[in-house]
Design a protein around this ligand. Structure first.
Ligand code: ZN
Length: 299
């Protein structure tokens, strides 16, 4: 009898050790590694938004994110050589000095071979001279971008996609305000199951972006109202781009901390990150989401 009890206890202990190890290995194995790059930005809140976005990604249980910070503006970038290949996704919260050629080459190789990229807000102002980068983000603004960089891309009021090669500056925005976002492709894994119309919290509504726009699909637009000093066009807010084997999710949203506290911004960031990493989205639509007329903020 005593032997049976001891054997039973040993077996139970072995099973516990086995399950704990297995779960540990699984949770470690399944995390998608994300590298957030910051360090220079005309948006001085970057030291706050990088940890916010790291938190938004990690709360899903799908991601593990590291933040790498470049040297400050004007200082030598020679030692900035992050190990892109150690990650599945690179999130760009960066708008600053050019990287060393070696680092740009490594980044291009990373994306071409299947790496995922997320471009957030002013990251599409960065690197106006870097041709391959502009292909990755599809559209960009400022940095003397104009007709040499590609067409304006937007939707007209009848719902047709317009590529407009007329001359003019790339990148502008009207007043900081809350605005409605409209999904243009409801079947994409990133947008599927989310409301077609939702009110985004106060943000800069980027307009007049231009770029190569190759292998790019616009997921959502917002109407840039003239009374807000906008263009009177339905401007692209979120896009997906294919570059080599790599996938890119580009959100123009996210100027201020309060813009990033919008549940819409957060949900799209989480889903976009999964899609660039895997080509799929397993996350369910959140129970609460901004409605067509009311913003919804995270505390
Ligand atoms: Zn901004």
């Amino acid at each position: 009898m005593k032997n049976i009890v001891i054997k039973g206890m040993l077996l139970a202990m072995c099973l516990i050790v086995f399950f704990v190890q297995d779960n540990f290995a699984q949770s470690k194995k399944e995390k998608i590694k994300v590298l957030i790059i910051d360090g220079q930005n005309n948006h001085k809140n970057w030291p706050e938004t990088s940890p916010m976005m790291k938190g938004f990604l990690e709360e899903t249980g799908l991601f593990s994110a590291d933040i790498v910070t470049t040297p400050p503006e004007g200082q030598s970038m020679a030692q900035f050589k992050p190990s892109f290949q150690s990650y599945k996704v690179v999130l760009l919260n960066y708008n600053g000095d050019p990287w060393p050629q070696e680092t740009m080459d490594a980044f291009e190789k990373f994306v071409r071979e299947g790496g995922g990229v997320i471009s957030v807000h002013a990251a599409d102002n960065a690197f106006p001279e870097w041709k391959e980068y502009n292909k990755m983000i599809g559209l960009g603004g400022w940095g003397y971008r104009n007709e040499k960089d590609g067409p304006y891309v937007y939707y007209d009021d009848a719902g047709n996609l317009v590529k407009d090669n007329s001359p003019g500056v790339g990148g502008s925005h009207g007043k900081f305000h809350a605005f409605q976002v409209r999904t243009r492709n409801k079947k994409h894994p990133i947008t599927k199951g989310l409301p077609e119309l939702w009110m985004h919290n106060k943000d800069e509504l980027y307009d007049r972006l231009r770029g190569p726009a190759e292998n790019m699909e616009i997921l959502a637009t917002a109407y840039s109202a003239k009374e807000q000093n906008g263009t009177g066009r339905n401007e692209p807010m979120m896009m997906v781009i294919h570059y080599g084997k790599g996938r890119i999710f580009h959100t123009t949203l996210g100027h201020a901390n309060e813009s990033q506290q919008c549940v819409g911004f957060i949900t799209y960031l989480q889903r976009g990150a999964e899609w660039v990493a895997t080509g799929k989205v397993s996350q369910k639509a959140p129970k609460q989401f901004p409605t067509a007329n009311d913003v919804l903020l995270r505390d």
